[in-house]
Design a protein around this ligand. Structure first.
Ligand SMILES: [Zn+2]
Ligand SMILES: [Zn+2]
Length: 129
């Protein structure tokens, strides 16, 4: 087992982004519910009752990040966002115009947006764009 987990700062950032999308009322009320819903998500449940916007956003963010950086972020010990930022800081030549940090820090917002769209598709909202 790996011990990948977002640090408090990045988790808060993601949760705040999800709340800004107006999904706060959908958050799981306790870790048990979140765990059950995460499993449902893996099983591609299309039941809106089983939707956890923050967990969805987290998986979306990790999948996205893994694709961009070509490494499985799920396998990283600790917070994958902090890890990427540290790695980047060590390896980047810090040329002006490097947008990596900007890219990484935009993930919570993008993931929350994806979460809202996913929820809209689950409830069949025709206005979903
Ligand atoms: Zn972090
Ligand atoms: Zn850079």
């Amino acid at each position: 087992m790996t011990t990948m987990a977002l640090c408090n700062d990045h988790w808060d950032e993601l949760r705040d982004a999800v709340r800004e999308e107006g999904l706060e009322h959908l958050e799981s009320k306790n870790p048990e519910t979140a765990a059950v819903r995460t499993l449902a998500e893996f099983e591609e449940s299309d039941d809106p009752e089983m939707f956890d916007p923050t967990m969805f956003a987290m998986w979306n963010m990790l999948a996205n990040g893994s694709r961009i950086f070509g490494i499985p972020l799920l396998l990283i010990e600790g917070c994958p966002i902090c890890w990427l930022l540290t790695e980047h800081d060590l390896n980047c030549s810090h040329k002006p115009g490097c947008r990596t940090v900007e890219e990484i820090t935009s993930w919570p917002t993008k993931a929350a947006d994806a979460s809202r769209k996913r929820y809209e598709s689950l409830v069949g909202d025709d206005d979903a764009t």
